[in-house]
Design a protein around this ligand. Structure first.
Ligand SMILES: OC[C@H]1O[C@@](CO)(OC[C@@]2(O[C@H]3O[C@H](CO)[C@@H](O)[C@H](O)[C@H]3O)O[C@H](CO)[C@@H](O)[C@@H]2O)[C@@H](O)[C@@H]1O
Length: 527
């Protein structure tokens, strides 16, 4: 077996009838290494993948110590170009350019590095190890290209802005596009418009009154974003809030999800998001099992009607893996109920459930001010009893429930409205002691008086990707059950609250295996 580490998604795009995904990859070891490369895979449907030869590897002084993260921009005339960070011979981070050798090859198998690399080097005042991860570039109203690079100055994370007329000569702009007072170094920034009145995606260069902009930055092991307005004439991004690096910030995902990247899929008019989902086991475990790191299921991302946050949903193509289905309508889950959902493969499933909570009157009061939902989930875990909740799913569970990963909700009465808490409780996910079992949690911005509380979970052996409130809150987790074999894995609905809840609608499917290089493959193994 090989030993490989998969991390950041790089340069996703649609070209020549196929989706391309590059990613940070260590071909020499199961964990992050000192010679990272750009691996390359392609797909016709975002689900089944073909691995190609590596796209970019360290070869020249400007990237001899690694080819780190970056992005693709499609130039006029349908010409993709890669901007990536190279670690040069002195281990300084520099930005490099590469272009396809043969544009008529839809697989874009070979990439040629620009003869005049590097095209950007750390500017004055910026440390050589704090200048990386170029975004997809966009065109301003003046026709000039813009790109941002992750960096920091005096412990303030920022997006350094460069401009260019020809994509080759880049000039640093006088001030960063964004500087954050409260965060450290920014990795893998992403900057893109979202429509304010449609779920459709828009091209990265679009600027008009019907879009807002998203600024995403990766720091403190999480992907945070703010929304705002971008003005390319003034070269300003005016955000509606600031990054605080606390639980108050908006995040794509409140579990494991980092160094993400989006791209505009012009065939289906949608923006697609990918993130790196790392392991929760130890480095020693990774070396023993011979690999580490997953890519999330790609998600469509768009602005919520409220304009206050993004919504995310697994791309529709995931439904092609759906196999046999079970459905439930109008079933009451009494206090203390644990109800097995049989008839599907619990180890690999897609479950969507809508809960109705009729007994709202006497729920506990909670003032959410200053409350960290993740800590609250740790305290009010799956086995505690509230009035309304915990209720939800017990995934990847052994028959006797010794091992289980609970994805659940609690409902509280707040000062002005009800508060819905969503948690992913890993504390009993595995009998293995050395794995990280931190509980994750976040609030879901829904009013249970007006709508049902929904949960969709994509379960696959060692990963559970959960979408609460129809994509308002996402939590991804990695777990390593020991007791349950694929066949012995179980899935339950539960209600530990003192009030009943109603499963108003549930649809769940066994999921087939995706094909990698034409063969049905296990996407993720627990061990
Ligand atoms: O592959 C390099 C790209 O990855 C990014 C974002 O994920 O930087 C990753 C980063 O962390 C790696 O090294 C750490 C040890 O130094 C290790 O703990 C972690 O698991 C690794 O992913 O790489 C640098 C240098 O090590 C570190 O500062 C980062 O957090 C992205 O910024 C890079 O382009």
């Amino acid at each position: 077996m090989g030993a490989f580490d998969y991390t950041d998604p790089n340069g996703p795009m649609y070209y020549g009838g196929v989706y391309h995904l590059f990613y940070q990859y260590n071909p020499y070891g199961a964990v992050f290494g000192n010679r990272m490369i750009w691996a390359h895979s392609i797909s016709y449907d975002l689900i089944n993948w073909i691995h190609l030869n590596h796209a970019i590897e360290p070869t020249d002084p400007f990237d001899i110590n690694s080819c780190w993260s970056g992005s693709v921009t499609i130039l006029p005339g349908n010409r993709p170009v890669i901007l990536y960070t190279g670690l040069d011979a002195n281990n300084n981070q520099v930005q490099n350019l590469a272009t396809p050798k043969n544009l008529s090859d839809p697989f874009l198998r070979e990439w040629v590095k620009f003869s005049k690399n590097p095209i950007m080097t750390p500017p004055n005042g910026i440390k050589g190890n704090e200048f990386r991860d170029p975004t997809t570039a966009w065109k301003g109203l003046d026709g000039k290209w813009r790109v941002i690079i992750g960096s920091e100055l005096n412990n303030h994370g920022m997006a350094i802005l460069y401009r260019s007329e020809d994509f080759v000569s880049w000039t640093k702009y006088q001030h960063p596009l964004y500087i954050s007072e409260e965060t450290g170094m920014w990795e893998c920034p992403d900057f893109y418009p979202v429509s304010i009145n449609s779920t459709n995606g828009v091209d990265t260069s679009v600027q008009n009154p019907s879009v807002k902009h998203v600024m995403k930055a990766s720091f403190n092991s999480h992907d945070y974003y703010v929304l705002g307005n971008y003005d390319s004439e003034m070269e300003r991004f005016i955000s509606e809030s600031d990054f605080t690096g606390t639980s108050l910030d908006l995040r794509y995902d409140y579990g494991k999800f980092y160094a993400s990247k989006t791209f505009f899929d012009n065939v289906k008019n949608r923006r697609i998001l990918w993130g790196w989902v790392n392991e929760s086991d130890s480095t020693e475990d990774d070396i023993e099992k011979g690999w580490s790191g997953l890519q999330s299921i790609p998600r469509q991302v768009w602005l919520d009607e409220s304009g206050k946050q993004l919504l995310q949903w697994p791309v529709e193509e995931i439904e092609t893996l759906r196999d046999n289905q079970v459905s439930i309508h109008g079933k009451k889950l009494l206090s203390g109920a644990v109800f097995e959902l049989s008839g599907i493969t619990a180890a690999q499933a897609d479950v969507e459930v809508f809960f109705e909570v009729p007994e709202l009157e006497e729920v506990e009061f909670m003032d959410p001010t200053g409350v960290d939902p993740q800590l609250l989930c740790g305290k009010e875990n799956a086995s505690s009893n509230g009035k309304l909740g915990p209720f939800g799913l017990l995934t990847l569970a052994s028959k006797d429930l010794t091992e289980q990963t609970a994805i659940f909700f609690r409902v509280f009465r707040g000062p002005s409205r009800y508060i819905v808490l969503m948690c992913s409780d890993q504390s009993r996910s595995s009998l293995r002691k050395e794995v990280d079992k931190t509980t994750f949690g976040a609030f879901v911005d829904i009013d249970p008086c007006l709508e049902k509380i929904s949960l969709r979970s994509l379960i696959d052996h060692s990963i559970v990707e959960s979408y609460g409130g129809e994509g308002r809150t996402c939590i991804t987790t990695r777990v390593y059950p020991m007791l349950a074999s694929d066949e012995g894995m179980h899935l339950y609905l539960f209600n530990n609250g003192t009030s009943s809840v109603i499963i108003s609608r549930l649809n769940a499917w066994s999921m087939k295996r995706a094909k990698i290089n034409g063969k049905e493959s296990l996407r993720y193994r627990a061990t």
